[in-house]
Design a protein around this ligand. Sequence first.
Ligand SMILES: Nc1nc2c(c(=O)[nH]1)N[C@H]1C(S)=C(S)[C@@H](COP(=O)(O)O)O[C@H]1N2
Ligand SMILES: [Mo]
Length: 201
Amino acid sequence: MRSIKRIPTFFHEFKGKAITVVDPTSYRLTVEGAVNNCLELSLGELEHRMPVIETRRRFYCVNGWSFEAIWRGFELVSLLELCGPLCDAPFLRAISIAGYEDTSGINSLIKGGAMLVTHMDGEPLSPERGFPMRLMTFDRYQFRGVKALARIEIVRKYAPGAWVRYGYTDSTIQPFPHLALDTGEELMPDPDVLRATPDEL
Ligand SMILES: Nc1nc2c(c(=O)[nH]1)N[C@H]1C(S)=C(S)[C@@H](COP(=O)(O)O)O[C@H]1N2
Ligand SMILES: [Mo]
């Protein structure tokens, strides 16, 4: 397996502290808010109730780097089918085990093929990469994707997330070169990801 020497891993809530390592047997993903069915699912239940998919995608950080890997997990749309968001609640708020959060438009997440990722390159995510599960967006900057995901709330109102409060606004990927950490090259973003519509906030 490739090893990336320096992961510029962004784990805002654990800055200067040891990362909490989640016990996979007691882990539950909670889904609540404006939904037909509230959910509280273990990792086994998640796997039992949703198809597992795998995809090779590049993710982009707003700070000018990107990283491609094979991601395994579930399509967000499968989870939405299980919980049934109410039609007057267009936003999804994702919250990590230690409180990092971000809110996105549900439609933009679906359009971009957002995933709940459990594995990277065939291995369970490391704690640094968001064990046991992370939300990932591929046509948005990754500050929209919450690592070590604990809770999803379907909400009626947008509320700025952790990085948005520091001034990040539009999360659509911009047509500038970035450093691909996996190959060491300076690359332009994949044309596919440049077609995303601006955030619907
Ligand atoms: N819980 C949590 N998730 C997070 C962040 C964070 O600080 N905390 N940072 C985001 C940002 S800005 C990026 S670029 C990616 C970094 O993912 P990586 O550590 O796998 O490189 O995680 C995203 N998800
Ligand atoms: Mo980022």
